[in-house]
Design a protein around this ligand. Sequence first.
Ligand SMILES: Cc1ncc(COP(=O)(O)O)c(C=O)c1O
Length: 449
Amino acid sequence: MSDRREFVRDAALLGAAFAFPGAEWLEAAVQAPLRRAGSGAARPSDGTLGAGPAAPNPSLLAAWDGPVDEEYWRLVRSQFLISPRGVYFNTGTIGASPRPVVDAVIEHLRAFETVFDAKGFDGAALRRTTAALVGAPPQTLVFTRNTTESMNYVANGLDLAPGDEILMTTHEHVGGMCPWQLVARRRNLTLTQFPLPVPPRGAAQIVDAWRERITPRTKVMMISHILFTNGLIQPLRELCALARERGIVTAVDGAHGPGLLRLDLAASGCDFYCASPHKWLLAPKGSGLLYIAEPWLDRLWPTIASGGWDDLSIKAERFDHKGTLNESLLVGFQAAVDFNGVIGQDRIWARCKELAERLYAGLARIDGVTLTSATDAAIRAPLVSFTVRGWTTPDLIRSLWERGPVRVRHVAEYDYGWVRMSTHVYNSPEEVDRVIGIVADLARQGPGR
Ligand SMILES: Cc1ncc(COP(=O)(O)O)c(C=O)c1O
């Protein structure tokens, strides 16, 4: 094994050891590398490991030339600040940014406040690299603060007439839904919500459910690409094709898309895609995206107007002129795109999914657990929802916190009352197994013990 390879592996093991104090392999993980260090094993000259045990360094990740095994994922985990105290299973609400993202924001902000040593920011590069990540032409992207803001741009920017219908399911998040409630009330539009089967069985069933609900008055289909309630991946291309056939505009709530799915927005056929890269892309909080399909670039009204708001030659950028911004967040956004690239979108998806499938299978084996995520793994994103017999969800969540702590989401909306767990690359099979064990104990014991 090369010196570099050995160093990379040691750093990964050390990072992992701190993630699971008390685990059986702690001794092996911590002591073995230290023994090797003590016995004169080669060390790099940059001193990164000498300064402390965790040695996070994204260049180690980029330099990884070994197999994509648990050792690799421990190295990934060492890039995060997440406390080893508990299990973070709530990326669906907000991602935990890795150190390179946090550092990029802080360094840029510090330099900025010196006034004279402020560092530049390459907005064109951010537009280009983000566009490549989501499969959209650069001139179609707006950098917003989140999905909510993006969806407000869409709802406010369309010319809809009294009586026009906006169609959506009863699995919509307030961030995607409320912008439409507002315009519906203000302009006398009709907002129709319809249920989807729980648990969903397959993509065709979902397309049928939408098809049955379309009326001649339907002008907008507001589609969540991934449902926040149970992680169902809706068949976006099919739904957009269906809408297009009927002359219906598609406004997609893609809060969970970037950083999780390999997106090809241009090919998806949607008109608008609203996203929150502070979730799965692990960008700084307050990082949003709005994709505006080419035909709409000239037709959507801006919600916020400043210089250039009516300059059609600058394409989507006219929506980006909204007063003074915190550029440091955009620098962090770029770092998040770069971090995603170091691991690779397909590898990230595969890992998130592998962990979620392990979780799903483990929960499915527990007597008393009812899963509400899709039965078909092909349409299941790594957000697993369930209930446990005899438990109210608040009590269950409280117990998970006390026993873990495990951080999860309560899907209280629409009175669903489900627990939702999301898995990302900073999670591990050990964490998944530990959580399955806790849920199994709780299901066996029942509440009140
Ligand atoms: C499906 C969905 N849409 C919209 C949102 C709102 O996202 P944001 O708060 O980033 O605007 C969320 C957040 O959890 C979500 O899950």
